[in-house]
Structure formats: structure tokens, C-alpha cells
Design a protein around this ligand. Structure first.
Ligand code: SF4
Length: 486
């Protein structure tokens, strides 16, 4: 027996250790009772105030479930979990690694002309006869050279306007030339045309089918609402969109057509109608987008038609309706919510360019404007149309991809916009799920960092994230549906 005993250490060796060390964390109040604690890689725990204090003071009982959860989520470590630091570092590297791929999204603004006169138009469209607002072929070729200088293995070329189908000849040229170059480079190459579909015809559809081109269109809801938001001189915008969606799906396949909506003051009381319209038309995704402070939305003062609190009410009712739709067995996900959930639960986070750290400016997307100017984001060129060219990265006539990426002005924007070093954001518990939007803050506060206490962007992020965490914590039914979107 003595020999047998000698093979075991004394029972005190197995007693839980009281000392543990904290790993980097941030916290933020969820409601009157609870706090959200987040790690640098976006894992989180919801705790009471007393638990938060005990955790931070190293007073948590190490035998408890909360301690085990904090340890599993790399918020604490002890002598039993020295590998935690390495694991956390691996997770962090995994999350930020895509930044090194540089630009994947390349937006060609092939024309500013458009047949619509939408009240919220962000790009200051021009009438159909003004062909001087078309991109020149020479600039398109120079833009393609930049596209293929990007090291990103996955390249998406998106055609925007105005209405890009009004300059379809150039769209064809860019697609054919990109494919010719890609025969050698062999990137994962994808094309998207953002179109109101008014000018869709058989020639365009045949070309789209031959080249696997996706369409992204605008659909603001039921016919009366859509047409009120998107006037089409001498026509019916809603009918054109719905007919175009049906034709494109028949020619290309259901998944080749997606739709985006914009929330105007008239949309606010009608979120359920809007969602039902998307369901009726067979979409599996909807993005409840608020108005952006650019272009006609500013000039027509439409942006003042509601504030962020109004939009949040719209969003929360909409999300509740979408969850109810899902519970009926119909698949539909809300995109802003899905982006947040990806950031909370997916190892790579989300690739959505408008919510990145550092900001997705240029390193996430490049915009080649109709006039040959290069911008680091779609919103950057929208701001330029309003007379503020601060996000211009030069001209296609004298830029290479390398010279754009190493541009001092761009480096400064990226450095300044890192939320990790921005006042308020640096200490915010929601930081790993948030991002930077320097263009929005430049447009609204004349400062790319922005004072977050007065920022509608920040108010929206905080409210959406609080609402989501509350749903995940308190509503198991909602949690089941939401987790299926990750
Ligand atoms: S913008 Fe607001 S919600 Fe986002 S990290 Fe900064 S302070 Fe937090």
C-alpha cells in the first residue's frame, strides 16, 4: 500500500489555485444589472456588477462556472493554462490576417448618369444625356492594371453609377479584359453590377450568364413606398425592379440577384411591410440600412427626416419581425445583425468594409471614379461630389497600386482611424465588434476620428450591439435563429 500511495501527489496538489492573471479585456454596461466583458478577439461574457468587480480584483472562486467560462474565453489564465497566451495570440493573428491581403473590392463608377431621381441619391447623379460623366476606356484600363496589382487572391469588381447599364459597353470591356488578365493570374474573380434594372435586356442577360455576373438592385419595399422613394420619370421603378429581378433570376439563377433597401422617413412605420415584400419576392437576406449623410440626402434635407433613435425603433421592430418570419420556417437574415454576429462568433470576424479596424479605406476597397480619380471608399467619392476631396488618393493617370497603398495621406487616415487608439473606442467593451468610419465622421463632424459621444455612428453601434447581446442572453428562441446566421 505504501508504494501505491507514493505514486500520487498529496491532495493539496489538486486543490484549485486562488491566483489567476487577467488577459486584456474591456467592459461596457449592458443594462442596469449586467455588463458585457469582451476579449481582444471578440469573445464575450455577460456578468453582474459584483461578478465584474470580483473578476477584476482576482477574487473569483476558481471552482465556479464563471471562472471556467472566463478561462475558456481567454479572459483569465493561471498556472494550468500557460498556453492560453499563445492561443490568444493565434486567434488574434487569425482575425487580423486578412488585412495583409489588401484590396479585394474594386468599384468601377462607369457613369454618373441615371434615369432615376431618388431623393436619397448619394452620388449626385446626372441626367441620361450627359455622357461627359461616363468613364473613359483609357481610365478603365488603368484601373484594371491597379486591380491586378493588388495581392488579394479574391477580387470582386463591382460596377456602380449612376446606373452602370447606361454605359454597358464599358462594363463589357472591363469584364472581358479582367478575364483575359485573370487567365494568367488565376484569382478568384467575381463581378457584380449594382443596377436599378430598368435597362436590363436580353443582350445584357446573355452576357451576364456567359460571365457569371451578379446583380445587386434596390428595393425599398412595397410598390407605393418604393416608387415614392425612387421616382422614375415616365415609368414605374418598382415594376422595373421586380420584373428585372424575375428576368435575371430566370436567366442566371436565383442566387445571382440580391437587393438593398434604404430607410427613408416614409419607411419608418412600415418595416413589417418592407420585410414581407422581401419574403414575398423570395429573398433570403435584407439589410435595414439607414440613410447616409451624402449627396441628395443632405441637399434635400431628407437626412433630417429622422434621427438615430427613430431608426433604432425601426430596426428593432424589423428584427423582431424577421425572427418571427424565421420561426415560421422562412429563411431570412438581417445583414447588419449578421455582420455583428460574425464579429462576435466567427474566428475571422466579418469582411464588411465599412466596419473594420483599421478602417477599410483603400485596403478593403478602392473606387475608380468616372473621371479617373481614385478613392478609398464609395462614401469618399460621394463626399467628393459634395466638394470635399479629402479621401481622394490621386488619379489613375499617375498612380500604381503600390503608390496608392503607401500614400502618406492614406497612411495617416488609417493610423488616425484605428479604434484601438481612438478616444472612447479604446476603452469601449464593444470595440472588437465595431470598426471605424472616417468618412462618416468627416461628413458629420469634419474630423475623421469623430467625437464618439456626439456620433450617430457610435450611438447606432452601441444600441444595435446592446440589443443583440440582450436577445442572445434573454431569448433562447431568438438566439437559436441568430446563431444560424453566423
Ligand atoms: S464607435 Fe462607439 S461603439 Fe464603436 S468602439 Fe467606438 S465607442 Fe464603442
Amino acid at each position: 500500500m505504501t508504494g501505491l500511495h507514493a505514486r500520487f501527489r498529496d491532495r493539496t496538489a489538486f486543490a484549485p489555485r486562488a491566483d489567476y492573471r487577467l488577459l486584456p479585456f474591456r467592459f461596457i454596461r449592458l443594462d442596469d444589472q449586467r455588463y458585457v466583458v469582451t476579449s481582444d478577439v471578440g469573445e464575450h461574457v455577460v456578468v453582474s456588477r459584483d461578478q465584474l468587480i470580483a473578476f477584476a480584483r482576482h477574487e473569483l472562486p476558481v471552482t465556479g462556472a464563471l471562472y471556467r467560462e472566463l478561462k475558456a474565453k481567454h479572459l483569465v489564465f493561471d498556472d494550468d493554462s500557460r498556453a492560453a497566451l499563445d492561443l490568444l495570440a493565434v486567434k488574434y493573428r487569425t482575425r487580423v490576417a486578412p488585412v495583409a491581403n489588401l484590396t479585394g473590392l474594386h468599384i468601377f463608377v462607369v457613369t454618373l448618369r441615371c434615369d432615376h431621381s431618388c431623393h436619397y441619391c448619394q452620388v449626385s447623379r446626372q441626367t441620361e444625356d450627359k455622357t461627359r460623366f461616363d468613364m473613359a476606356r483609357d481610365h478603365a484600363d488603368k484601373a484594371l492594371a491597379l486591380v491586378f496589382e493588388s495581392p488579394n487572391p479574391a477580387i470582386k469588381i463591382e460596377f456602380q453609377g449612376g446606373e452602370p447599364l447606361l454605359n454597358f459597353g464599358l462594363v463589357k470591356h472591363v469584364v472581358q479584359e479582367a478575364e483575359r488578365r485573370n487567365a494568367v493570374q488565376r484569382r478568384d474573380l467575381q463581378f457584380v453590377i449594382a443596377s436599378n434594372l430598368t435597362h436590363l435586356d436580353d443582350e445584357i442577360l446573355n452576357f451576364a450568364r456567359e460571365h457569371d455576373i451578379y446583380f445587386s438592385t434596390s428595393l425599398d419595399g412595397p410598390e407605393d413606398l418604393h416608387n415614392a422613394n425612387r421616382p422614375l420619370r415616365g415609368g414605374n421603378s418598382y415594376r422595373a425592379a421586380v420584373d428585372g429581378i424575375a428576368r435575371a433570376r430566370a436567366a442566371l439563377g436565383h442566387e445571382f440577384v440580391s437587393a438593398l433597401m434604404t430607410t427613408t422617413p416614409a419607411s419608418l412605420p412600415r418595416v413589417e411591410d418592407i420585410i414581407d415584400e422581401y419574403v414575398r419576392l423570395g429573398f433570403t437576406s435584407i439589410f435595414l440600412r439607414s440613410l447616409s449623410p451624402y449627396g441628395f440626402a443632405i441637399r434635400t434635407r431628407l437626412i433630417r427626416g429622422y434621427d438615430i433613435a427613430d431608426w433604432l425603433g425601426f430596426y428593432q421592430r424589423g428584427l423582431a419581425h424577421i425572427l418571427a418570419v424565421n420561426r415560421r420556417g422562412v429563411q431570412l437574415r438581417e445583414e447588419l445583425t449578421a455582420i455583428a454576429l460574425q464579429k462576435m462568433f466567427a474566428p475571422l470576424g466579418s469582411s464588411y468594409v465599412d466596419l473594420q479596424s483599421p478602417a477599410g479605406i483603400a485596403i478593403g476597397a478602392l473606387v475608380y471614379n468616372y473621371n479617373g480619380k481614385i478613392y478609398g471608399s464609395d462614401e469618399g467619392r460621394m463626399l467628393a461630389e459634395m466638394g470635399d476631396d479629402s479621401f481622394c488618393l490621386g488619379s489613375l493617370d499617375d498612380r500604381t497600386f503600390a503608390s496608392v497603398m503607401t500614400d502618406d495621406a492614406l497612411q495617416q487616415i488609417l493610423e488616425d482611424s484605428l479604434p484601438e487608439s481612438a478616444p472612447m473606442c479604446a476603452d469601449c467593451g464593444f470595440l472588437p465588434w465595431c470598426g471605424a468610419d472616417p468618412t462618416f465622421h468627416r461628413a458629420t463632424q469634419n474630423d475623421i476620428v469623430g467625437h464618439k459621444a456626439f456620433s450617430a455612428f457610435c450611438a447606432k453601434q452601441m444600441a444595435v450591439l446592446r440589443h443583440l447581446v440582450t436577445l442572445l442572453e434573454d431569448d433562447p428562441d431568438a438566439r437559436r435563429v441568430l446563431m444560424s446566421w453566423v
